[in-house]
Design a binder for this molecule. Structure first.
Ligand SMILES: NC(=O)c1ccc[n+]([C@@H]2O[C@H](COP(=O)([O-])OP(=O)(O)OC[C@H]3O[C@@H](n4cnc5c(N)ncnc54)[C@H](O)[C@@H]3O)[C@@H](O)[C@H]2O)c1
Length: 298
């Protein structure tokens, strides 16, 4: 690897598993010192071991619930005390409850808001003073295509209501904080992943060959689930100086789900249905017209 994060200190949340584990491995392989954390002691410790075995430097706090402000503060202080400051924050930790508006309780709603949106707010709030001391930094939030597209869930189902709303809010937080923190040299961007085949993701998307997997891959232009490293690559770019002129942006990494409006490539059935309409159009004097005039012989 290129050592492009040499000398940097990166705080990553939710490093116990999934995408954040790969981001920790990636940032460490580029030379960053990693501070992680998770609710889950066992998996959080595993990630620390994996990073160290790969030759990287990492410490972590666990079990740590980031919905508690005191813990978010502790994480930031721990990073600064351990490695002398903070340059990068990758906000990945999230958990949520599912349900449509009719079967979701207020408690379910609040649980998802707290564990998707509020912990982003809390960790970021307590990291900023350390970036201010450093004279800058890079913050990466993690959204979701569910915060952008249709009803949210593959198949256009709506039972991720609270999660989708929290993820949509993260995109606004990205833009607002990019503006607010520019004066202290902090860049703020977000990544919006599509369906990524992590342990948590696979609960929803299913195994290859299942109907749920077929529906989950349906609207993409690159017909597969994402890999955690697809997101880690974007996370590296945004954290590194390669993105030094990029702030307030949302990088959608979703195999083309959003770009196709969740429809995927044009199907043979759709092409056949539209063929008679397309034939009405003709080219006159090299210009497209809608008059139906036949194309002149060249
Ligand atoms: N996997 C996908 O398909 C997908 C798609 C879009 C967005 N995302 C987002 O990417 C991020 C990572 O997704 P993932 O699939 O790797 O998730 P994951 O469930 O595998 O990992 C999340 C980690 O965060 C930890 N965590 C949850 N709540 C916490 C809290 N309150 N305090 C501390 N740690 C906490 C969990 O213990 C877990 O280890 C999340 O923000 C998720 O919403 C994922």
């Amino acid at each position: 690897m290129s050592g492009q994060l040499d000398g940097k200190v990166a705080v990553i949340t939710g490093t116990g598993r999934g995408i954040a584990r790969n981001v920790a491995l990636r940032y460490a392989s580029e030379g960053a010192k990693i501070i992680g954390c998770d609710l889950n002691e066992e998996t959080a410790a595993e990630t620390v071991e994996l990073v160290r075995k790969a030759g990287g430097e990492m410490e972590a706090l666990y079990p740590l619930d980031l919905t508690v402000e005191e813990n978010a503060h502790r994480l930031a202080e721990f990073a600064a005390e351990t490695y002398g400051g903070i340059d990068i924050l990758y906000n990945s930790a999230a958990q949520f409850r599912i349900g449509t508006i009719e079967d979701m309780t207020l408690e379910d709603w609040k649980f998802s808001q707290d564990n998707v949106l509020t912990l982003h707010f809390l960790v970021t709030k307590h990291v900023i003073p350390h970036m201010r001391k450093r004279g800058g930094g890079s913050i990466v939030f993690v959204g979701s295509t569910t915060g952008i597209l249709g009803a949210g869930y593959p198949g256009n189902l709506s039972f991720l209501l609270s999660y989708c709303c929290a993820k949509a809010a993260i995109l606004r937080m990205t833009v607002i904080l990019a503006n607010e923190l520019a004066e202290i040299g902090v860049r703020v961007n977000s990544i919006t992943p599509g369906a990524v085949g992590t342990e948590a993701g696979l609960v929803f998307y299913g195994e290859p060959g299942t109907e749920s997997r077929r529906v989950s891959e349906l609207g993409t232009l690159v017909p597969r689930l994402g890999e955690p490293d697809d997101i880690a690559n974007a996370a590296f770019f945004l954290a590194s100086d390669q993105a030094s002129w990029v702030t307030g942006q949302n990088l959608i990494v979703d195999g083309g789900l959003v770009a196709s409006g969740g429809m995927g490539p044009a199907t043979p059935e759709n092409k056949a249905a539209m063929a008679p309409v397309v034939k009405q159009f003709s080219v006159v004097d090299d210009k497209w017209t809608t008059t139906g005039e036949p194309k002149p012989a060249s």
